[in-house]
Design a protein around this ligand. Structure first.
Ligand SMILES: NC(=O)c1ccc[n+]([C@@H]2O[C@H](COP(=O)([O-])OP(=O)(O)OC[C@H]3O[C@@H](n4cnc5c(N)ncnc54)[C@H](O)[C@@H]3O)[C@@H](O)[C@H]2O)c1
Length: 379
């Protein structure tokens, strides 16, 4: 694998490395790790990459790796750059024959995401979109419970992602993370809705299997001088008639990363929050609630496949990330051997989730500006 971005000047690249190193299925052998050539070189050296595979720009990396012998060259690239450097490297990587792992939001626009889909179909290559939170085992359990029909028809979905770290004008205080996330030229048309609203949206559709058809959004810029939304709420309508509420905010002072989902059907529902990730609360209309726990023997095969430790040990953020990489790697290996990947391995977010994520961003921004109450969710 070769990485683009993720040098010593970055946040999420290091998390990716912990995640894909967990299972010994992926080895990082090349990198164009920073937009700053000196940082790209020093970061590659710190990670013990071969000198000739430390690149100072991703175009050179992709060109050189593409002509290496099959047993040496990279099989896939991992793109962990800010949003405005997603589409070009992803498209180029696909053109050069590499599979792609990429951060969310997948591109800058829905149109670009559709172009990536076209290229994936043309080449038969595979894409992993790292929507971390759907890698948690108890989220897998939630999806399978809903799918089994146990709750009856799904009627109501509440999903929220509150953070507090952008409660002040951090972009003015030399914080690089805040600077690009609040800059429309580098982040895209949405702020909080693109950065974390997309995670909440992905979780709502993943757990319930229903698809959004309409949105009604209220987006706010709370901190003076900020260029993009830092807070918002969205009412949603789904294709089965259910309705929902999604909240994403980065100005909820004191909140950390407490993404949470509640789903209610005709007969019962469920509740999960990241800050107690090993627990899935299942509620019933006519009997006492149940507590499902990670690592237990009664869980379904998708959940068990994504549990790493005996019951009682936290299955955390890093492990959830690792689950996506492991499933992606197992799928790639099966495909390379001409074998059929298991259903559990194929359960990772990809291009369809990327397209729906971009449609979410474009729909909620349009709705936020619109005088109409509801607007169609257009893919
Ligand atoms: N899945 C998650 O939970 C999660 C969490 C945080 C960030 N993200 C996403 O990850 C991406 C990166 O976010 P971050 O917080 O790590 O950003 P960051 O600013 O900390 O790091 C970005 C890295 O990309 C490098 N870079 C920029 N342009 C480049 C180029 N042309 N070539 C090579 N490297 C280049 C920078 O030098 C830096 O190393 C974003 O798309 C963000 O939305 C996802």
């Amino acid at each position: 694998m070769g990485m683009i971005g993720g040098g010593r000047d970055a946040f999420i690249g290091a998390i990716h490395r912990i995640a894909f190193n967990m299972d010994g299925q992926v080895e990082m052998v090349a990198g164009a790790l920073s937009v700053h050539p000196d940082v790209a070189v020093s970061s590659g050296q710190e990670l013990f990459l071969d000198e000739e595979r430390i690149y100072t720009d991703y175009k050179t990396m992709l060109a050189k790796e593409a002509v290496m012998p099959t047993n040496k060259k990279i099989d896939f690239i991992s793109i962990v750059t800010p949003n405005f450097v997603h589409f070009d490297p992803a498209m180029l990587a696909l053109e050069k024959g590499f599979h792609v792992a990429i951060e969310k939001p997948i591109t800058f626009s829905l149109e670009e995401a559709k172009k990536l889909k076209g290229k994936l179909e043309e080449t038969g290559l595979t894409l992993l979109l790292t929507h971390t939170y759907t890698g948690y085992p108890m989220i897998k359990e939630a999806r399978q419970l809903v799918k089994s029909g146990l709750f009856g028809e799904i009627r109501k979905i509440y999903v929220e992602y509150p953070q507090g770290w952008l409660s002040t004008f951090l972009e003015g205080a030399n914080n690089k993370q805040a600077a690009w996330r609040t800059d429309p030229k580098r982040s895209g048309i949405a702020g909080a809705m693109g950065d974390i609203g997309t995670h909440a949206f992905n979780m709502a559709e993943y757990v319930t299997g229903v698809k959004t058809t309409k949105v009604c959004a209220d987006l706010n810029v709370v901190v003076d001088g900020r260029m993009l939304d830092d807070d918002g709420a969205v009412l949603l309508k789904f294709d089965n008639g259910a309705s929902g509420v999604l909240m994403a905010t980065q100005i909820a002072a004191g909140e950390e990363n407490n993404i949470k989902i509640r789903v209610y059907g005709e007969k019962g529902g469920l509740e999960w929050k990241q800050e107690d990730a090993n627990t899935l609360l299942v509620k019933w209309l006519d009997k006492p609630a149940e507590i499902y726990r990670a690592g237990a023997g009664y869980l379904n095969s998708f959940t068990k496949h994504n549990c790493r430790t005996p019951a009682g040990h936290p299955e955390g953020y890093l492990e959830a990330f690792g689950n996506h990489y492991r499933n992606f790697a197992l799928t790639l290996q099966a495909k390379m051997k001409g074998e059929k990947p298991q259903a559990e391995w194929l359960d990772f977010p990809g291009i369809e989730e990327g397209i729906r994520g971009m449609a979410f961003i474009e729909s909620v921004v349009a709705s936020g500006k619109s005088k109409e109450k509801w607007i169609d969710f257009k893919v």
